[in-house]
Ligand binder design. Structure first.
Ligand code: ACM
Length: 638
């Protein structure tokens, strides 16, 4: 009998060991140090939490309660002193300098969980890592029954590489409600982002109530809802209702700032001037250098700039504020006074990007300004504007931050630069000893397509997950102390709703989160991708959307010397198999497997491809017309 019991026990512990061994820890972003032990912590039916009385821990406790009680079903109690507590949160009485303001130590034993940090933010991040140790169902919004709520025994020590870990959300091109912005914040903090950059104004809308300037939101916040391909929409006719859009009242902003603060997120407001200002110009045409501005309307996605000559674009309507007009500086003073009061964050972003100069070139007032101030070209006119704006912003006690175009024509002293046209603007600014945030199109523009345009919603360019993962914010040639961190930018010309917002943001924001938080030497694409797959499952459990584009192949087309069409398929993930057909039928794992470049049969009209991992379909079936491949091969020849 005794023998049988011992044997049964041995068998049981072997089974549980096998399960432990199976569970790979998959925390994104990768912590500084993870030491996995053996065994696991099992969530008890009654979960008892010990936490110091500190109002800043409100959300830390709310997160624990939501996931462990509402979802996992344990009863939940919290107290400041609780001997034998299952979860203990400790704010260090003596600072542990190794983990800084946002770091934490998380210890999971078979018996209990301990999270220690210097500051409440560290406990918040410790809890985010803790949740990722539990089964994916913990991400659900409702109670899930029948799950073994276990976390592996582990010791984690962690702190971020950068203090600026941002996501930009463009709420100007399409308005997203206060509740939607809160949802965006909820999602970003799960991956330890701490900065939300709100792009509040653009040609398509002014989204912020400014007292004393009511037309900005009565007129400037509204346009005509169009459906199709942004940038090519028909010009609104007088009978089309301008009822699409919206704005945040000052009370809304206070609520959002508070909501973000409770989750250890700062909000960076962006007022994009002097370009991208059509909504302001339509509201107050006297801010323009161009007399016919009083006939303009807020953009609804029709073409308003010609990009054929690059940046700066040529404007088809004058979407700029007039640097030669004193009323513009009075306007900006009023705006910046209120922005500074509403947003406690130390920076105000003033845009400065993609400012057309062709209307300025025609303006007598600009000509006069240039003579008076000794300005030689239009970049110096913009620089004059930026320097005056820098004075306004700093007079409100805020730091001035702009897109890298503010370097052209001379940078205001004290200005910080957000580098978007690649890394070069950031490098130049850092060399001039200015603060820099890196958000280059080449790695962090998450509005770009994640795969081939044949299947993705079309936008200007592509940026695949593996390329995003290569982002390194500190170039060799600069002093790292000037690089405050980085961010991913979600422009929303083509993003009309929150589901598509999620599709565009994730998984690329996993990659940027890991770059900004984790030690550089711990980054590893294969390990990261393994984690991404687990987080896809967590997103499924949470009913959140993500792009599966990483599973889809890329296409390269060329012509052989004997003029046949040659097609090479590429993949981001080595372990996938690609199957294909040229006969219009849907390929699956019984079809020919791609092993080397394909030659299209002479009369084929369509190549269809799909990826599998073993027997499981991973990618989407992509139907690629042969005519499209031929046209790409022709272009590649040029
Ligand atoms: C930008 O993407 N125009 C900053």
């Amino acid at each position: 009998m005794r023998k049988t019991l011992t044997f049964a026990f041995l068998l049981l512990s072997m089974t549980s060991f096998a399960q432990d061994a199976k569970r790979q820890i998959a925390i994104i972003p990768e912590p500084v140090s993870v030491k996995q032990g053996s065994g696991s912590f099992r969530l008890p039916a009654q979960i008892r939490v010990e936490a110091p009385a500190n109002p800043e821990l409100k959300q830390v406790l709310a997160v624990l309660k939501q996931h462990f009680s509402v979802v996992a079903g344990s009863t939940y109690s919290v107290s400041t002193v609780l001997p034998g507590a299952d979860i203990r949160l400790i704010l260090n009485s003596t600072e542990n300098s190794a983990i800084g303001k946002e770091g934490y130590q998380l210890s999971v034993t078979r018996k209990n969980i301990l999270i220690k940090a210097n500051q409440p933010a560290g406990l918040f991040y410790g809890v985010q890592s803790l949740l990722q140790l539990f089964p994916k169902e913990i991400e659900s919004k409702e109670r899930v029954a029948g799950v073994k709520w276990e976390a592996p025994v582990v010791e984690i020590t962690d702190n971020p590489r950068f203090g600026w870990r941002g996501l930009m959300f463009d709420v100007a091109r399409h308005f997203f409600t206060k509740a939607e912005v809160k949802q965006f914040i909820d999602d970003m903090v799960r991956y330890k982002y701490n900065l939300l950059h709100l792009h509040l104004t653009d040609d398509e809308g002014w989204r912020l109530e400014i007292k004393g300037l009511p037309k900005l939101t009565e007129v400037g916040a509204w346009n005509v809802k169009k459906t199709g391909y942004f940038g090519t929409f028909s010009k609104p006719t007088p009978d089309e209702p301008k009822d699409y859009g919206g704005f945040y009242t000052q009370d809304d902003i206070k609520e959002l700032v508070q909501y973000a603060k409770e989750r250890f997120v700062d909000i960076l407001p962006e007022i994009d001037v002097p370009g991208h200002s059509l909504a302001a110009v339509v509201s107050y045409p006297e801010l323009s250098c161009t007399p016919e501005a009083n006939t303009y309307q807020v953009r609804s996605g029709e073409e308003i700039m010609d990009w054929s000559k690059g940046n700066p674009p040529t404007a088809l309507v004058d979407n700029t504020l007039c640097p030669a007009n004193e009323k513009v500086y009075e306007f900006l003073d009023k705006v910046m006074t209120q922005v500074a009061q509403l947003f406690p964050f130390e920076y105000i972003h003033v845009g400065g990007d993609e400012c057309p100069k062709n209307y300025w070139e025609k303006s007598p007032a600009i000509k006069e300004l240039m003579q008076r101030e000794g300005l030689h070209h239009m970049e110096e006119v913009q620089s004059y504007f930026e320097k005056r704006l820098e004075k306004i912003v700093s007079s409100k006690g805020k730091k001035f931050l702009g897109w890298d175009e503010i370097l052209e024509g001379g940078l205001a002293s004290g200005a910080a630069v957000m580098s978007w046209q690649g890394m070069k603007g950031g490098i130049q600014a850092a060399k001039m000893k200015h603060e820099v945030v890196m958000s280059p199109t080449t790695y962090t523009y998450i509005d770009y397509m994640q795969g081939d345009p044949i299947i993705e919603p079309r936008i200007y360019a592509s940026l695949r997950l593996n390329k995003t993962y290569e982002f390194e914010p500190v170039p060799d040639e600069v002093d790292p102390k000037y690089i405050k961190g980085g961010q991913a930018n979600l422009w929303t010309e083509q993003v009309y709703n929150m589901r598509h917002q999620q599709y565009m943001t994730w998984p690329r924001a996993f990659a940027v989160a890991e770059t900004l938080w984790s030690p550089k030497e711990k980054k590893n694409w294969n390990h990261f991708f393994g984690k991404v797959e687990q987080h896809f499952e967590r997103f499924d459990a949470a009913d959140k959307k993500y792009a599966p584009s990483v599973y889809d192949p890329s296409f390269t087309a060329s012509f052989t010397t004997d003029k046949q069409l040659k097609i090479e398929l590429g993949k981001e993930v080595e372990t996938l198999d690609i199957y294909y057909s040229f006969d219009n039928s849907f390929p699956d794992s019984h079809y020919p497997k791609y092993t080397s470049a394909l030659i299209a049969p002479k009369d084929a009209v369509m190549l269809k491809v799909v990826t599998y991992k073993g027997k499981k379909q991973t990618g989407r079936i992509i139907a690629m017309p042969i005519a499209e491949l031929k046209s790409r091969a022709e272009k590649a020849k040029k």
